[in-house]
Design a protein around this ligand. Sequence first.
Ligand SMILES: Cc1cc2nc3c(=O)[nH]c(=O)nc-3n(C[C@H](O)[C@H](O)[C@H](O)COP(=O)(O)O)c2cc1C
Length: 383
Amino acid sequence: MSGGLRLGRHEVWPPVVLAPMAGITNVGFRRLCREQGGGIYVCEMITTTALVERNPKTLRMIAFGSEERPRSLQLYGTDPETTAAAVRIVVEKDLADHIDLNFGCPVPKVTRRGGGAALPWRRRLFARLVKAAVDAASPAGVPVTVKMRKGIDDDHLTYVEAGLAAQEAGVAWVALHGRTAAQRYSGTADWDAIATLKQALDVPVLGNGDIWEADDALRMVAHTGVDGVVIGRGCLGRPWLFADLHAAFDGRPERRLPTLGEVAMTMRRHAALLVEQFSAGSRTPARGERDGCTDFRKHVAWYLKGFPVGGELRRSLAMIESLAQLDDLLGKLDPAEPFPLGALGQPRGRTNSPGKVFLPDGWLASRDDDSVPEGAELADSGG
Ligand SMILES: Cc1cc2nc3c(=O)[nH]c(=O)nc-3n(C[C@H](O)[C@H](O)[C@H](O)COP(=O)(O)O)c2cc1C
């Protein structure tokens, strides 16, 4: 692969993007990942309504490390005007260097209102929304990108048409998760669809879905010709995957297989970064430590996946309230335990079953209706 990934005035190497993941890709986790390798690390999803209404929780979520560049922010919106207003806030307050638009969310509470993965079906509204964001961002030189799924289900695919519309609107790239909304996180991602999109567009295309190891990323590039890859679940409990990805794109053979002792050190660093993050917005240091430790709990099972660690110790680790407690429990792990090779190449995180996509009444018959769906804005960020 030649050259980095162009994102406005930024040249990114390796062409690797940490996927936005609500509840995961906060400033602490992104720092942990960024310490491993290059790329772009996208923050948790921010809803345009919450940003325009200056929701305090949302404003706190827009946090970047002092040396984090480019600062990459994902917005969720359904209304072109609200989206443009949110983008203007980002630009005027210099909150980020890159804005990604989320059209991939398959959650029923979102699609039932016509948002997320349901929205590109209303092609005129989709084009208007993306254009509104690009027009509001481009005077400041802030690039806008879109992230989407293949469509609602196999009978209602939207990705090629939506990709062309986004290109026409002036986005810097289009990222495709090779699943439909109906698939949720089940089955396997359709890399052939990613190849089809790559062939259809002139702007860079990024592929997303089922990259569990660095060599999967190289395979995806070889299979699809994409300009970059987006990694979500594969890095859960494995921030060092970004070191492997950097090595892989540089053509270097090394891959990390940390011992349990090294994993424990990474867990400790992750928890400390979350405590630091939560303490910044907290009334007391004790509260910040507890909130950071609570946020860390969800990561424990991912870090320990495949290691021979007893159920009781796992449960205790998943209930920590302080760093001292974490230290005590991590001290009980066998540091020499080698990395479980059986955990390599395996799905991690969500792998739920396919499901019916709930849509607003008459949605499928309204492709050319460009009115904004009622109540599809979300007031809460990160979900
Ligand atoms: C816990 C979780 C939260 C997610 N939150 C978002 C989000 O806020 N915005 C978004 O565009 N995608 C979100 N996604 C989807 C991922 O960005 C990514 O597209 C998906 O996981 C497929 O990539 P993967 O196979 O590498 O995991 C989320 C996924 C997970 C597992």
